[in-house]
Design a binder for this molecule. Structure first.
Ligand SMILES: Nc1ncnc2c1ncn2[C@@H]1O[C@H](COP(=O)(O)OP(=O)(O)OP(=O)(O)O)[C@@H](O)[C@H]1O
Length: 716
């Protein structure tokens, strides 16, 4: 897989139409077309393969189709009624599947854009499918750029799809009438291909160390994150497109690397840090000097426990340069080794950093351990709900089984159903081949974590309820039921009771999920702020780096309201650590200006703190949320900051008003700030609503609801 680098003319890897690079690429392709002996005016062979041959080809490309079909459906939904179609081809350019607008399909049939016809350069000359496959890069071929005159009424955006081993396995294309050209089509195609590739990654390399990374933590777990896979002793196995881009190395160049040559530390040292990270992103320096944040995916307890039982534990002291292998340690018995491995990983005990409210939550959870009572975690965004869910799993008897997490807000609505329940062959339009298991099935024996449950589409809530009651799941399009035994954990920062009142959440499901409800306090409510900040700092520091927080900054931090909670603190410290360098203390000059402005502004305002989401308010039981003060943080004043003004779904109706300003006027100002923040986030994320929502810490629906008030050019 070639690296897509900024040096190739565009940071996105796609040459702008009419750019010099694009023209050169088309000219080279035209030259190849001539060399194949094609004539621009000729009518090519349009005869499709016989059905039996086509079925054979589809069979060979079964895996590609299995991963691509749900994504094709979603992609098609986005381009429906634009006189276009979506095509999936084999690596040779043979069209395997298509879906499109009826009126355009007729036109497409005239030039044989249909399953069973080959669109390689050799057979059709310059065209997006053939040229993208030849160049192994995304290509737009528009109108007259097509070699054959017969095809010049088309506009086509195509990108190759790479398998997890870096080999081209096919191509995804959107073709339409030349007049329907839109520059965003290519972005959609590329995002869809990335989704397919990442999906394949998720199912590959089950026993390897998978590192998900990005320079910005808010982009972890999104489509644009880099994924790189190593053997447990640090040898390179594979990397997705984004990983290659970020590392600036092609797939082939990466073959020569190990974890330590890429990230400047032995993999054993990384494991050591991982064991103490409580699931929070760790910082890594890439070989090119750029700092990134990462999360590791592996079966940690199994692996650590096995290694300890076998007398070998990850150690930072000794590594063999060839393979970054963990060094031996004195043998322990298998039982104590497993227990020791568990204690050092993210566990409930580890999250107890001295705040009485958190301690009470942990205590409640410990009391129901082993009972499989469904757990509902409430809390504002960034308070650590995800980490708590993992800790509950790690401390449970299900620890050796999967922990499967699904964020109901970040998956396109059309994909949630197949992601959750799986699908059987034939479930989608044109689907013929083997299906895929859903997340519920994958969690069998372990824990299913449904994050942002308030965003689950209503029609799926009934299905979920049935699965939970019957403990059986039926994949889409299947008559077969599969037994599922899962511990269920949900999280939300929404007021589910008011969603019920609005008919957006089922009451029966609500009561099914409502086993033990715990609320994580907002950071401003916590009395252990300093411990949390120092713990994060420790994890952010690279090898040998010693950074501390100056007393002046710690005092500032204590006064701040932290609307983004621990996530916001983490992001702030991350930048500060990079600015401080190898050693020193974080002073005000290491903090961003907008943050300092907010803190200063807060000093001139005496506004009550924003209401915390309490168990009562979050579940709609309390009538007046204002007036709750933060226990343990009585000195906290509430700045009217941009970030806090962005309405999270839970708190948007309760944003406190400064006494100096009239309610209506302030509400209008808050609206403006919120819209401004959304506009900026959408621009920054190139119109990707999920990424923008993540960046702001709000749900996608919050952004969609403002769609009419946001500038039209911010949408991707
Ligand atoms: N107790 C903790 N100690 C250190 N870091 C923490 C802790 N809790 C959370 N974090 C860090 O804060 C960030 C947000 O955590 P997490 O994703 O668990 O929050 P969340 O409540 O699930 O957020 P959201 O509602 O937006 O999904 C992560 O970077 C996480 O590593």
């Amino acid at each position: 897989m070639p690296a897509i680098s900024a040096g190739q003319g565009s940071a996105t890897g796609v040459y702008a139409l009419n750019s010099e690079h694009h023209r050169a690429l088309i000219q080279e392709s035209q030259a190849r077309s001539n060399a194949f002996g094609l004539q621009a005016s000729e009518v090519p062979d349009y005869a499709p393969l016989k059905l039996t041959e086509l079925n054979l080809a589809r069979d060979e490309n079964r895996r590609l189709y299995q991963h691509a079909s749900p994504v094709m459906e979603t992609l098609y939904e986005q381009i429906a009624n634009t006189h276009s179609m979506v095509l999936l081809t084999s690596r040779n350019g043979l069209i395997l599947h298509s879906m499109g607008d009826m009126d355009f399909l007729e036109k497409a049939n005239r030039v044989a854009l249909m399953p069973g016809v080959e669109w390689s350069e050799r057979s059709k000359g310059t065209n997006a499918i053939g040229t993208a496959l030849t160049e192994e890069r995304p290509v737009v071929v528009h109108g007259r750029d097509h070699f054959l005159q017969a095809n010049q009424f088309l506009t086509c955006s195509c990108t190759p799809i790479f398998d997890p081993h870096g080999k081209v396995m096919g191509a995804l294309d959107v073709t339409g009438d030349e007049r329907s050209y839109h520059q965003h089509t290519m972005a959609l195609v590329r995002m869809s291909a990335q989704m397919i590739e990442n999906h394949m990654f998720a199912n590959e390399f089950p026993d390897a160390l998978r590192i998900h990374f990005h320079a910005r933590t808010e982009f972890l777990n999104t489509l644009v994150e880099g994924i790189i896979v190593f053997t447990m002793d640090g040898r390179f196995i594979s990397a997705n497109r984004s990983a290659q881009f970020q590392l600036g190395l092609s797939y082939n160049a990466l073959q020569a690397h190990t974890f330590s040559s890429l990230f400047g530390q032995p993999v054993s040292q990384f494991f050591d840090r991982l064991r103490h990270a409580a699931g929070q992103p760790l910082s890594l320096w890439m070989h090119n000097g750029v700092s990134v944040y990462c999360q590791a995916r592996l079966k940690p307890v199994d692996w650590f426990a096995n290694r300890w039982a076998a007398g070998a534990a990850p150690s930072s002291e000794a590594t063999t340069p060839e393979a970054d292998m963990p060094s031996p340690r004195p043998a322990t018995t298998a039982t104590t080794a497993a227990a020791a491995g568990r204690a050092s990983l993210s566990s409930l005990h580890y999250l107890n950093t001295g705040d009485p409210q958190v301690a009470a939550v942990l205590h409640k959870l410990q009391r129901v351990q082993g009972s499989d009572i469904p757990i509902m975690i409430l809390g504002e965004t960034g308070t650590g709900k995800d980490i708590l869910a993992q800790a509950i799993h790690n401390d449970s008897t299900r620890v050796r089984k999967p922990f499967v997490s699904i964020n109901c807000a970040s998956i396109p609505e059309t994909l949630i159903e197949s992601e959750l329940f799986g699908y059987e062959e034939g479930a989608f339009t044109g689907a013929k081949r083997r299906g895929a298991p859903g997340k519920i099935q994958m969690a069998h024996g372990g824990t299913l974590f449904l994050d942002e449950i308030g965003d689950m589409p209503t029609q799926l809530q009934a299905r979920l309820l049935r699965v939970l009651q019957e403990r059986r799941v039926t994949p889409l399009g299947s008559g077969k039921e599969y037994e599922v035994d899962v511990m269920l954990i949900c999280a939300t920062n929404k007021n589910l009771k008011s969603l019920i009142a609005q008919g957006q959440f089922r009451e029966d499901l609500y009561y099914r999920l409502n086993g033990l409800v715990v609320r994580l306090p907002a950071l401003r409510e916590r009395s252990d702020f300093e411990v949390v900040a120092n713990k994060i700092l420790l994890n952010l520091c690279g090898p040998g780096q010693q950074v501390r927080i100056s007393p002046e900054v710690m005092a500032l931090f204590q006064r701040y309201r932290w609307p983004g909670n621990i996530r916001q603190l983490h992001n702030l410290l991350r930048t500060a650590v990079v600015m401080v360098g190898q050693s020193g203390s974080i002073g005000t000059d290491h903090l961003p200006d907008d943050f300092l402005d907010e803190v200063r502004e807060s000093a001139h305002q005496s506004v009550p703190p924003a209401p915390a989401v309490t168990e009562d308010t979050a579940w709609g039981l309390s009538s007046h949320p204002l007036g709750s003060t933060a226990p343990g943080r009585a000195d906290v004043s509430a700045p009217m900051c941009a970030a806090s003004a962005v309405p999270s779904d839970t708190t948007s109706t309760h944003v406190p008003m400064p006494p100096s300003t009239g309610m209506v006027e302030t509400a209008v100002r808050l609206q403006d700030v919120a819209l401004q923040a959304m506009t900026e986030a959408l621009r920054q994320c190139e119109g990707n609503v999920s990424a923008a929502a993540k960046l702001l810490g709000v749900s996608r629906n919050t952004i969609y609801r403002k769609k009419d008030q946001l500038p039209s050019d911010v949408w991707g």
